[in-house]
Design a protein. Structure first.
Length: 118
């Protein structure tokens, strides 16, 4: 069974930092790209960052470019999202996701809440 489990969310002041983790199991982790999405209250879910299976390429939303860094440790089956210079508008539930082509299914974690407030 494919499982994605996010952790690391919390309350942080503007300008602060957090590191989110996404622990994966149930599939061959090092052959799949992983993405982070977020959904703020009343808004649609949006793509934040994507990393390829080997970690050699990353893509970021314009809104987080230069502030967020996605990385992965294939030995630990874990993807990270380091978030620096956090802004109130970064407040959202953050989800990790992967698309398993052979099953034609996009899997999601349960999400982790990030709140940026003074």
């Amino acid at each position: 069974e494919v499982q994605l489990v996010e952790s690391g969310g919390g309350l942080v002041q503007p300008g602060g930092s957090l590191r989110l983790s996404c622990a994966a199991s149930g599939f061959t982790f090092d052959t799949y790209g992983i993405s982070w999405y977020r959904q703020a209250p009343g808004k649609e879910r949006e793509l934040v960052a994507t990393i390829t299976s080997t970690g050699d390429r990353t893509i970021y939303a314009d809104s987080v470019k230069g502030r967020f860094t996605i990385s992965r440790d294939n030995a630990k089956n874990t993807v990270y999202l380091k978030m620096n210079s956090l802004k109130p508008e970064d407040k959202a539930v953050y989800y990790c996701s992967t698309y398993i082509l052979s099953r034609k299914v996009k899997y999601w974690g349960q999400g982790t809440q990030v709140t940026v407030s003074s």
